[in-house]
Design a binder for this molecule. Structure first.
Ligand code: PGA
Length: 253
């Protein structure tokens, strides 16, 4: 059975003290997660150690990086390598968030390299895809997302792609309070799974967790996660509020 995942994306928010308090409070309230459920915390990089410490005795909880570089070392000032993550026990990384694509001009090709570097080094990439509002309005979202998958994931082997977590995040729903309807999410998730199935086979497609992201909150999580092809969420704003994120974890299938 594929994993059901609640992933918090804290983005560039919170002081050290605030982050510590938030994580402590989430962990305390969330209790123990059952075997098929995971909670992932994409904390700011300076807080990796603190976060690893807090989840040390918690099963099915992981720390993620919000970004990682495609090269493994060298003169790339400010970047974070897979080796740095590994050496701190960080085993997940968000790759290709729409904010990275937009503000830092990350291309599908660069993201293909980042995903591959993660997989070669036992880091689980949470690969983000999703269309802007004008693409949705032109009803070309399937082509758009299909190309993102093709250009960033299709050079992987079936064995490799199975280790990727995909996050579908329609850009028009991120931080806007405007969620995709659960039917819109299901439709796109089913499309993504069908594409993966056509390229890598049905078994691989069935094993891949596909998360929905974009204004997920306690009030809508259960309905969205209840859809058959939605395997949890990548959550920004609501992951900064302990009660909200705990309710989102509890809404997982
Ligand atoms: P949001 O962000 O939940 O604040 O819409 C989601 C994301 O950007 O991952």
């Amino acid at each position: 059975m594929r994993k059901q995942i609640a992933a918090a994306n804290w983005k560039m928010n919170l002081t050290y003290q605030e982050a510590e308090n938030l994580l402590e409070s989430i962990i305390k309230q969330a209790g123990n997660l059952s075997d098929n459920r995971e909670a992932v915390f994409a904390v700011p990089a300076p807080y990796f150690d603190m976060a690893e410490d807090k989840i040390a005795n918690k099963a099915h909880m992981y720390v993620a990086s919000q970004n990682v570089y495609s090269k493994t070392s060298g003169a790339y000032t400010g970047e974070i390598s897979v080796g740095m993550l590994q050496s701190m026990g960080v085993d997940h990384a968000i790759v290709g968030h729409s904010e990275r694509r937009e503000y830092f001009h990350e291309s599908n090709q660069l993201l293909a390299d980042k995903v591959k570097t993660c997989l070669d080094n036992n880091i689980t990439p949470i690969f983000c895809c999703g269309e802007a509002l004008e693409v949705r309005e032109a009803n070309t979202q399937n082509d758009f997302v299909g190309t993102q998958l093709e250009e960033s994931l299709y050079t992987l082997s079936a064995e490799e792609v199975q280790k990727v977590v995909i996050a579908y995040e329609p850009i028009w729903a991120i931080g806007t309070g405007k969620t995709a309807s659960s039917d819109q999410a299901q439709e796109m998730h089913a499309f993504i799974r069908s594409q993966i199935s056509a390229k890598f086979g049905a078994e691989v497609a069935n094993n891949i967790s596909i998360l929905y992201g974009g204004s997920v909150k306690a009030a809508n999580a259960k309905e969205i996660f209840g859809k058959p092809d939605v395997d949890g969420g990548l959550v920004g704003g609501s992951s900064l509020i302990a009660d909200e994120f705990v309710a989102i974890i509890k809404a997982l299938k």
